[in-house]
Design a protein around this ligand. Structure first.
Ligand SMILES: Cc1cc2nc3c(=O)[nH]c(=O)nc-3n(C[C@H](O)[C@H](O)[C@H](O)COP(=O)(O)OP(=O)(O)OC[C@H]3O[C@@H](n4cnc5c(N)ncnc54)[C@H](O)[C@@H]3O)c2cc1C
Length: 322
C-alpha cells in the first residue's frame, strides 16, 4: 500500500495550511485527500460569487502564527491565494476521494476510501470542517414544503417572492441583504432581542437595508413549527403569530461530523471531540485541524491550528516524519 509521512483529510483552508506547514518543514510525502472535485469546496460551493471573505470573522481578530494568512478580500481573490499555496508548495491533493475509514495496524494508520484502503501513514490530520452537515432546526420540515426550504445561502438571487431568512450571524445578515436584490419582501428572524455576533460591516449593511424597509427585522422571534400552505410555507411562531413565505433560508451554521469521528474511535466530551491543546485526539498521532477542532471557527483560526499541529508533530513524532 502507498505510504506517506502525514495523511491529511480535507483540502479546505485547514488541510491546505497543514500541507504548506509540513512541506515548509521538509516533511515528505504528505498526501491530502479531498472528497470534492476541487480544493476549498466549502468556499467554492457556499460563498456566492464576489462575496467578501472577512479576515476578522465572528468578531474574532486572529493574528497569524504560521505561513498562511490573508487580509479581507473577495472569494475569487482568496481562492487564487489558496491555489498559489498549492502550487508553490507542490501539494499532493487527491481529489474525489472521500475518506470514510481509519484503522491502526502495526503502529501506523490505514485510510479507507469507499471499500479500498488507500494509504498508510503514522500521522493523520483530519480537517474536514463542519459544513458538510448544515445545522437544522429541531422541528421537522413537512415534506410538502421541502423544495421551498434551504439550509445553505443561495449563490444566485431568486427573482420575486416573500422570503424568510433565519439566523443571527454574518451569513444570515449577508443572505438577507443579498436576497433584497431580487426578492419582493425579505424578512430576517432571530430569536434574540439584538444581534451580537455580526461584524460591523454586515451590521451596517443590514441596518441600512432595514432603514430602507428592504429587510424587515424580526428580532425576538422563535419559530415553533412549519406547515404546508396552498401558497407557500406557513411559519408558526412560538407567540402564536403565523406568516406565509415563498421560501425559507436557514443560516444556522454547520455541525461537527460526530458520526465519522466516533466511527474511527475519536472520543467525545460534552459533545465536542476530546483533544489536547495541540489538537491531538485520544488516538496518538491523529490530530484535528480547522473548524472541526474549534468551538468558533474561521479561516484565520483554521490556518493557525495547522501551524500548531505541524509544530507539535515535529516535537512529538519527529522521528516518524523526518
Ligand atoms: C456562507 C459562509 C460564509 C463564511 N464567511 C467567512 C468569512 O468571511 N471569513 C472567515 O474567516 N470564515 C468564514 N466562514 C467560515 C469558514 O468558511 C470556515 O471557518 C473555514 O472554511 C474552515 O476551514 P476548514 O478547512 O476547517 O473546513 P472547510 O473549509 O469546510 O473544508 C473542509 C474540506 O474537507 C472536505 N471533506 C469533508 N469530508 C471529507 C472526507 N471524509 N474526505 C475527504 N475530504 C473531506 C470538504 O469537501 C472540504 O473541502 C464562512 C462560512 C460559510 C458557510
Amino acid at each position: 500500500m502507498e505510504k506517506a509521512k502525514i495523511a491529511v483529510v480535507g483540502a479546505g483552508p485547514a488541510g491546505i495550511a497543514v500541507g504548506v506547514e509540513a512541506r515548509a518543514q521538509g516533511i515528505s510525502p504528505v498526501v491530502i485527500f479531498e472528497k470534492a472535485e476541487t480544493f476549498c469546496d466549502t468556499i467554492q460551493r457556499l460563498y456566492r460569487p464576489g462575496k467578501r471573505v472577512d479576515a476578522v470573522f465572528r468578531k474574532m481578530r486572529v493574528e497569524p502564527l504560521g505561513l498562511c494568512s490573508f487580509e479581507t478580500e473577495s472569494k475569487e481573490e482568496f481562492l487564487k491565494r489558496m491555489e498559489k499555496y498549492i502550487q508553490d508548495y507542490a501539494l499532493d491533493i487527491r481529489y474525489k476521494t472521500e475518506i470514510n475509514g481509519l484503522e491502526k495496524t502495526d503502529g501506523t494508520y490505514r485510510l479507507r476510501a469507499g471499500s479500498e484502503w488507500v494509504l498508510e501513514a503514522p500521522i493523520v490530520v483530519i480537517a474536514i470542517g463542519i459544513f458538510g452537515k448544515p445545522r437544522k432546526p429541531d422541528y421537522p420540515i413537512p415534506k410538502e414544503v421541502r423544495d421551498r426550504v434551504f439550509f445553505e445561502a443561495p449563490c444566485e438571487c431568486p427573482r420575486g417572492g416573500k422570503v424568510l431568512v433565519v439566523g443571527g450571524g454574518d451569513t444570515a445578515a449577508e443572505t438577507a441583504c443579498f436576497l433584497c436584490e431580487g426578492c419582493e419582501e425579505v424578512y430576517l428572524s432571530y430569536r434574540r432581542p439584538k444581534f451580537f455576533r455580526i461584524n460591523p460591516v454586515n451590521l451596517q449593511n443590514l441596518g441600512k437595508k432595514a432603514e430602507e424597509g428592504r429587510v424587515k427585522l424580526m428580532l425576538n422571534t422563535d419559530i415553533d413549527h412549519l406547515e404546508a400552505a396552498p401558497e407557500g410555507v406557513k411559519v408558526v411562531f412560538k407567540d402564536g403569530r403565523e406568516m406565509v413565505f415563498d421560501r425559507i433560508y436557514y443560516c444556522l451554521g454547520g455541525s461537527t461530523p460526530a458520526g465519522f469521528l466516533r466511527s474511527i474511535g475519536v472520543e467525545f466530551e460534552d459533545s465536542r471531540p476530546k483533544i489536547d491543546k495541540y489538537y491531538e485526539t485520544n488516538l496518538p498521532g491523529v490530530f484535528l485541524a480547522g473548524d472541526i477542532a474549534l468551538e468558533k471557527g474561521s479561516i484565520m483560526a483554521a490556518f493557525n491550528t495547522a501551524h500548531i499541529v505541524v509544530k507539535r508533530i515535529l516535537e512529538k513524532y519527529g522521528d516518524l516524519v523526518r
